[in-house]
Design a protein around this ligand. Structure first.
Ligand code: ATP
Ligand code: MG
Length: 226
């Protein structure tokens, strides 16, 4: 698995520190992130692919620094937002999946094949030419996931991908994620999604306060919230 390292990381928005003194190395296949609203989870997730740069310290992915080598990092680290509308950029479903493959030097045939495979794998094959904005919430989240995975990232960071979904679609996303060969860092308030994960980080008020196997970490988090 890739190695993600945060060394001496803190992050401020304006003069407010929202993450402090963070030192962590992640090389497990399945890493969960939990914590109260505003505890810094999304900030942490965004640091991992350089969407947010640390105010202090450094974040590297397999040795590539998010500050100095943002492009190299983003090639390796795919990101899925809570709201798929935030990342669906093209008018039709197939065009949106193809968009991630631009400037990769692939032939048109390769692009077509990769897009077709991604749509098939995510249950969107019948919707290839449909307007993306007319998909249901669950289908949009599958599209967002397909558009990220078609670029074959080594790491997939997901920030509450199931929050807007009904139970069936949430289970569907969770099933897809469980089968991914890639390293996954999943931020979620749906704690049962973390069953079977290798490691869970608990954030509280900008600090990484607990880091353990899911059962132990979730117990700690529940106690923290009680
Ligand atoms: N772009 C921003 N500008 C200013 N402050 C921000 C920005 N993004 C986040 N914050 C603040 O940073 C703190 C941490 O936010 P973050 O989004 O990382 O929390 P979170 O743990 O993901 O919360 P939630 O569970 O609600 O998604 C919050 O107090 C938030 O208000
Ligand atoms: Mg968040």
């Amino acid at each position: 698995m890739p190695l993600i390292e945060a060394r001496g990381v803190s992050h401020r928005y304006g003069d407010r520190t929202v993450l402090a003194a963070l030192d962590v190395r992640l090389d497990e296949r399945r890493v969960g992130v939990v914590g109260a609203n505003g505890s810094g989870k999304s900030t942490f997730a965004r640091l991992l692919n350089g969407l947010v740069l640390p105010s202090e310290g450094s974040v590297t992915v397999d040795g590539h620094d998010t500050r100095r080598e943002g492009r190299a990092v983003r090639r390796r680290v795919g990101f899925c937002f809570t709201d798929p509308d935030a990342q669906i950029v093209m008018p039709t479903v197939a065009e949106d999946v193809a968009f991630g493959l631009r400037r990769r030097g692939l032939s048109r045939t390769e692009v077509r094949e990769r897009v077709a495979r991604a749509l098939e794998e995510h249950g969107l094959a019948d919707h290839a030419d449909h307007p993306a904005h007319l998909l249901s919430g669950g289908q949009k989240q599958m599209l967002a996931l397909a558009s990220v995975l078609v670029t074959e990232p080594d790491v997939l960071v997901m920030d509450e991908p199931t929050t807007l979904l009904d139970l069936r679609n949430a289970e569907r996303i969770s099933g897809v994620v469980a089968r991914l060969p890639q390293q996954v860092v999943l931020v979620t308030h749906h704690l049962h999604l973390l069953d079977g994960f290798d490691r869970v980080l608990v954030f509280d008020e900008g600090h990484l306060v607990f880091d353990d196997l899911p059962a132990t970490a979730v117990r700690h988090y529940r106690k923290l919230m009680a």
